[in-house]
Design a protein around this ligand. Structure first.
Ligand code: A2P
Length: 276
């Protein structure tokens, strides 16, 4: 099994740079998640309250032979309809119970705006308490733009350690990535394949041919070489294997330049740029 590089979060926790996404859209297969850990070598799985996959991820983790809980980095996220101080504490316990674990490696606020009468700020205070209690090893956010982070900084005691955002060649918010880097916030990219839309891109196909790998492997490697943690999704064990076989090659500077030039601000999922 290949060893995946890790990034150390400001909290001291180490996060594998390549993980497995399990978003509900596009399906979910528990056995694929188990095999990803047991046979392929994935040590990082991303889920969320919203995806309805926490229970299955927990079962897959317990069923994965030879893989202990402490070897796997588990992320889940709090849905904005559940924001609020008390609600966050309760929902974290529910996520822990569904996952069948007594701690999370990373807990994220899923969205920069509450979808109830609560606020992001009061919810973040509960996230900080969860961190202090040891129920979560690191806390962060998802889909936050720079202004959302700036606003959170004004009341937060603990700065988010991770911002999980859409990141692939057609969606590369370099300004946000730079801001996160300056503030020691690790950027984690979801949908590195643009949900499949970038797989047929001419430049990607060209690089794949030159290097002798698949388009998906080019895209995953491109994220990693940009210093972005990445969590491709697949319900198919063959593709899950393919997506993890990215340690035997490197993209050249000219490949990186070509792919870096493809940004077109295309989003394949929710767009938080309109959230004030
Ligand atoms: P499937 O689950 O049938 O493998 P993203 O991670 O960018 O959101 O993309 C996920 C989508 O890309 C899913 O529809 C998944 O389909 C597909 N996918 C994942 N890995 C590969 C791959 N190696 N080659 C082609 N399609 C893939």
């Amino acid at each position: 099994m290949s060893v995946c590089p890790e990034v150390r979060l400001m909290s001291g926790v180490c996060m594998p740079m390549l993980g497995l996404g399990t978003s509900h859209k596009g399906g979910f297969d528990q056995d694929t998640v188990r095999l990803a850990m047991q046979e392929v070598g994935y040590r990082h799985v991303d889920t969320a309250q919203r995806y309805n996959t926490e229970q299955e991820v927990g079962l897959a983790l317990r069923q994965a032979e030879g893989v202990d809980r402490d070897q796997v980095f588990i992320t889940t996220k709090l849905w904005p309809g559940s924001y609020g101080y008390q609600s966050c504490l309760e929902q974290a316990d529910l996520s822990l119970a569904r996952l069948g674990t007594d701690y999370l490696d990373l807990y994220l606020l899923h969205w920069p705006e509450a979808l109830n009468s609560s606020t992001v700020e009061e919810t973040w205070r509960a996230m900080e308490l969860l961190l202090e209690s040891g129920k979560v090893k690191a806390i962060g956010v998802s889909n936050f733009q720079e202004r959302h982070l700036q606003r959170l900084f004004t009341t937060a005691t603990v700065v988010p350690r991770v911002n999980q955002i859409e990141f692939h060649p057609y969606q590369q918010d370099r300004s946000l990535v730079g801001f996160c880097e300056e503030n020691k916030i690790v950027v984690e990219g979801f949908s590195p394949l643009g949900k499949g839309t970038v797989l047929g891109e001419k430049q990607v196909l060209k690089v794949a041919k030159e290097v002798g790998v698949t388009p998906a492997q080019v895209l995953i490697r491109w994220s990693l070489q940009n210093g972005v943690v990445t969590i491709p999704k697949s319900t198919n064990i063959k593709r899950v294997r393919e997506n993890f076989a990215v340690w035997h090659f490197q993209l050249t500077e000219s490949h990186m330049t070509a792919l870096n030039s493809l940004h077109q601000n295309l989003r394949v999922t929710w767009d938080s740029s309109q959230v004030l």
